[in-house]
Design a protein around this ligand. Structure first.
Ligand SMILES: Cc1ncc(COP(=O)(O)O)c(C=O)c1O
Length: 359
């Protein structure tokens, strides 16, 4: 006798984590866009003292962190809603805005979790293909809006292609979005985006009543393992995000680490600048050798390997590079340490250009 379960889950793929090399393998894990730097010394030193209080629940309102974020972004504290990683907040956004069968739109390919979270919430995902350069096709997205559309994600920069949306194009898009539809600008990689024409989520949040922004401490701030992210959303939405959140999902340690990270932003900025420089060097090395790829504005690059993806991925793994392959489409490789990036350059050139017979 099988146990009764929700039928629709059979059709939903489980979220697939970026692959990790075995312990004894000489390899770099560049599959999850993690920060290659160790946590800040100020963060690790202070967290030890928090451990003595883990017998208590955290303060779910996280007043210190919320206060700092509100001040930093010049928003009211009630617009901020925290979650155990921005992926949890993305799920909350879907739960907070959709009724069963409502549509959640996003570009595709984009962040893997969007369709899964949408299905789990009982809503319907609407995937609008990226354009040929891997960028959001905002005109096609506007044309795909129906009377069931409840929520639209714009991933900027886009995971996995690294492209950005232009501020002017988002303004033109917003003119076509009905006022009751929430547009979420997911800025998980915003710190690595130095493109002058890019849309800036907070700017849109301040100018449109139906825009929310999604931020995380996982990437530029290097706190992926502690799970903390947040939305800045219209107050009525933020209130419903708190209702749909799992109680006490954000630990006191995560809150403290986030506060310390904000206090130590200059030190983090040095690391961010270094990663951006590494990205520039890597892209230049690949292009110099004849590899074609788009500019990336995030902490990863995207190789448009199409049908050759699985073979190229196998060659890269043999060389010690564990990226994230999407069979039939391409491979995303995170920017790692300088040593890792050098190996990425040589391994990609070898796999794509020097031994193409193998791929
Ligand atoms: C676009 C995007 N949004 C959100 C997330 C979620 O990150 P986290 O839950 O660690 O904050 C990710 C993680 O890879 C991402 O790529």
């Amino acid at each position: 006798m099988t146990i009764a379960q929700r039928n629709s889950l059979q059709a939903i793929p489980a979220y697939k984590q970026g692959a990790t090399p075995g312990k004894h393998e000489q390899a770099f894990k560049l599959s999850s866009n993690e920060n290659p730097f160790p946590p800040l010394a100020a963060v690790t030193a202070s967290l030890a003292s928090e451990l003595g209080a883990i017998n208590e629940y955290p303060n779910a309102a996280a007043p210190e962190l919320v206060g700092m974020l509100a001040e930093r972004f010049n928003v009211a504290p009630e617009t901020i809603a925290l979650g155990a990683g921005s992926v949890e907040v993305a799920g909350q956004l879907i739960h907070a805005t959709t009724n069963p069968g409502d549509e959640v739109m996003f570009a595709w390919r984009s962040f893997e979790a969007y369709p899964i979270l949408t299905h789990v919430a009982g809503a319907t995902p609407v995937k609008v293909p990226l354009d040929a350069s891997g960028a959001h096709d905002l005109e096609a997205m506007a044309a795909a809006i129906t009377d069931r559309t409840a929520l639209i994600f714009i991933c900027n920069p886009n995971n996995p292609t690294g492209t950005v949306v232009d501020a002017a194009a988002v303004d033109a898009f917003m003119a076509k979005v009905p006022a009751h539809v929430l547009v979420v600008i997911d800025e998980a990689y915003v710190h690595f985006n130095v493109h002058g024409d890019s849309a800036i989520g907070l700017d849109f949040f301040h100018r449109y009543p139906n825009v929310a922004v999604l931020h995380t401490f996982s990437k530029a701030y290097g706190l992926a393992g502690l799970r903390i992210g947040y939305a800045i959303a219209p107050p009525a939405v933020a209130q419903n995000l708190r209702k749909t959140a799992i109680p006490f999902g954000v630990t006191a340690i995560a809150q403290r680490a986030a506060v310390l990270s904000l206090e130590n932003e200059p030190e983090l900025q040095v690391r961010i600048d270094e990663l951006i420089e590494e990205r520039t060097t890597l892209v230049a090395a690949l292009r110099g050798a004849g590899v074609e790829l788009e500019d990336s504005h995030a902490n990863f690059i995207w190789l448009n390997t199409g049908e050759r993806t699985s073979a190229v991925d196998a060659s890269l793994r043999a060389a010690g590079i564990w990226g994230r392959a999407f069979p039939g489409e391409g491979i995303r490789i995170s920017i790692g340490s300088a040593e890792a990036n050098k190996l990425v350059a040589s391994a990609v050139i070898e796999a794509l250009l020097e031994s193409p017979a193998h791929v």
